[in-house]
Design a binder for this molecule. Structure first.
Ligand code: NAI
Ligand code: MG
Length: 477
């Protein structure tokens, strides 16, 4: 069995303990590798390495143009490993092979994008009085700790790492224990091949409750970035508050598409296919609810049912597959429990609702209609290929239902009327609103949540501010 190691101070190393974490291929339930498991000692070592690198000022004092070049070298190396890295990512995560390879490309794009900001971190001069010269500078925090989820193991690292690196921080990354293999091998190799100075980027694998908690509690970690569940996000915010350090948190969602009576139903169906069935619905901004006007409900449900029938379930590396497995047996169980509870509560299965009878963590493409706003399946993040369809009569009611959850990550509206589109977009509580589509964003567009979906914004130019602190300097002339 291949063993994967930490990447600390520019070297692959074992953990202090002999414990290993087995990693399972969700498509066939086979163990495909083991990863070394960090305890406090290993976290200390990684943070120490990042701190030393930071204090050497090698990145901070690097000419911004040189820092940009280094980042573009990382991008180039990430592109080089996208095929092999993608194959391993596909095996450990279960997502489509093309999507797995694309994560490395996407990661490269993050480094390219943020490389353009290294020489644009500008302060201000502030008029105080004629005897004082006052200016501001943005400075990095020091050591930045990144806790990564399993749904986009490589892209989620790059999203925060490229930004924090462009700002001049050193980083310790803790991948999710379910998907650490492509990160500790191909991703680390790309960093290594790009000749990133030792200690600037460190990767330690381990369990969230041990390694993740130790990283967030470490006194030398000056800033924390987390993407994942609301529950863990809150634990991390508590830990950050304990030490009064800032945290970037991007949490879950229960995002709703509002379908107005004049909507182009084919667009609704296409958006559903990518919105809730790509990556088996395990996307924080997935379209997990649809709120359809009663007048078109039957037509929409009929077309959605056809969509579900047309969806091919299978492993990510098989030709023509649309729906891949969920990440784990635990996740499969969770989705199945929601499916049962939905029926008990009175929802109707338009399609699916069961695990697929084969090896691997496959769940049927599932669409439930007649869902009521107070049902659990309308309120909680399921994180599976599961769409809850609700209906409404007047526009205000639709807005109310859409906003009536604890989450506020994404939302959508389908209509041909641009006035109704903008009016609806302005009323939906979500960090991003998609009109007549789903997932329209790019690296350049800010991404984050309203309400319990978090309050940070990642991606786009302003995200770099999360990795910088502001200093004011006053000179008495
Ligand atoms: P999680 O949020 O617990 O795990 C995400 C990351 O946090 C992993 O790297 C994990 O090791 C780490 N972590 C866990 N507990 C920690 C702690 N106390 N301190 C520091 N780090 C910690 O998510 P999990 O348990 O894998 O999945 C549970 C549910 O969370 C899913 O069913 C899904 O609903 C949701 N989820 C949402 C994601 C999103 O992007 N919105 C991503 C992953 C999970
Ligand atoms: Mg957890």
């Amino acid at each position: 069995m291949k063993k994967y190691q930490h990447y600390i101070n520019g070297e692959w190393t074992d953990a202090s303990s002999k414990d290993l974490i087995p990693v399972v291929n969700p498509a066939n339930e086979e163990i495909i590798g083991e990863v070394t498991c960090a305890k406090d000692e290993d976290i200390n070592q990684a943070v120490e390495s990042a701190k030393k690198a930071y204090e050497s000022r090698i990145l901070v004092d690097m000419n911004p143009m040189e820092r940009a070049k280094l980042m573009r070298r990382i991008a180039e190396e990430l592109r080089k490993v996208s095929k092999e890295g993608g194959a391993l990512l596909c095996a450990e995560n279960g997502k489509l092979l093309a999507a797995s390879e694309y994560e490395f490309i996407d990661a490269a794009n993050y480094f390219d994008y943020y490389s353009g900001l290294t020489d644009k971190i500008e302060g201000q001069t502030i008029p105080v009085n004629s005897q004082v010269m006052d200016y501001t500078v943005y400075e990095p925090y020091g050591v930045s700790g990144h806790i990564v989820p399993w749904n986009f193991p490589i892209a989620m690292i790059a999203r925060s790492l490229a930004c924090s690196f462009a700002a001049g921080n050193s980083t310790v990354i803790k991948p999710a224990e379910l998907t650490p293999l492509a990160t500790t091998s191909y991703f680390a190799q790309a960093i290594h091949n790009a000749e990133v100075p030792k200690g600037l980027i460190n990767i330690v694998t381990g369990y969230g409750s041990e390694a993740g908690a130790a990283l967030t509690a470490h006194p030398d970690v000056a800033q924390i970035t987390f993407t994942g569940s609301v529950k863990t996000g809150k634990a991390i915010l508590h830990a950050a508050a304990e030490r009064a350090v800032p945290a970037v948190v991007e949490l879950g969602g229960k995002s709703a598409a509002v379908v107005l009576p004049d909507a182009d139903i084919d667009k609704v169906v296409n958006a559903t296919k990518v919105g809730i069935f790509s990556q088996a619905g395990q996307i924080c901004s997935a379209m997990s609810r649809m709120i359809v006007h009663k007048s078109i409900k039957d037509e929409v449900l009929e077309k959605l049912s056809k969509l579900a029938t047309s969806i091919k379930v299978g492993p990510g590396d098989e030709e023509g597959v649309d729906l891949t497995p969920v990440i784990s047996e635990e996740q499969l169980q969770k989705v199945e429990n929601y499916a049962r509870s939905g029926l008990q509560a009175g929802a109707k299965a338009v399609s699916g609702g069961n695990r697929v009878d084969r090896k691997g963590f496959f769940f049927e493409p599932t669409i439930y209609s007649d869902v009521k706003p107070d049902m659990t399946i309308a309120q909680e993040e399921i994180f599976g290929p599961f769409l809850s369809v609700l209906d409404y009569e007047d526009h205000e009611e639709a807005i109310h239902i859409a906003n009536d959850t604890d989450y506020g990550l994404a939302a959508g509206v389908f209509t041909k009327d641009v006035d109704m589109a903008t009016k609806t977009a302005s009323r939906l509580n979500g960090g991003q609103v998609y009109v007549n589509s789903w997932f329209t964003g790019s690296i350049a567009t800010p991404f984050g949540g309203y309400k319990q979906s978090g309050y940070s914004r990642e991606k786009g130019q302003q995200a770099i501010k999360s990795y910088l602190q502001l200093k004011n300097v006053g000179i008495q002339l």
